[in-house]
Write a protein that binds this ligand. Structure first.
Ligand SMILES: C[S@@+](CC[C@H](N)C(=O)[O-])C[C@H]1O[C@@H](n2cnc3c(N)ncnc32)[C@H](O)[C@@H]1O
Length: 102
């Protein structure tokens, strides 16, 4: 379903009939049953745009969360992963009483 990005000569196939290199064109992925958006995220990671259709509101929310994390980068993914495992982590008492000391 995904075709390689333009310039990806290493994986450029040839026509089995004439032997000519096949031309790649950037694509847009349509997933009409998007679920939690695995295909959509994979498409985005491979440099394609994607149109996702999903009827369940809970899965739509999953897709939004997934793409926010994907776009947010490493630090945000790490924070969310810690939060998922340990819940919201308090900052701790170290700086909580600064006002009282003054
Ligand atoms: C197996 S999941 C798809 C997985 C997805 N393609 C992926 O990349 O992870 C199928 C999804 O299709 C959705 N679905 C089923 N019928 C639908 C419809 N008529 N319109 C929109 N979504 C639909 C379901 O809610 C379910 O989340």
């Amino acid at each position: 379903m995904l075709s390689p990005l333009p310039g990806d000569d290493h994986h450029q196939p040839t026509c089995p009939h004439c032997g000519h290199l096949l031309e790649y064109r950037p694509g847009r992925i349509l997933d009409p049953f998007a679920g939690t958006g695995t295909t959509g995220e994979a498409a985005w990671r491979e440099g394609f745009s994607a149109v996702l259709i999903e009827r369940e509101a809970a899965y739509q929310a999953d897709i939004r969360r997934r793409m926010k994390l994907a776009l947010g980068g490493h630090d945000e993914r790490k924070r969310e992963s810690i939060k998922a495992r340990h819940g919201d982590v308090e900052a701790g008492p170290l700086f909580s009483n600064l006002g009282a000391a003054e």
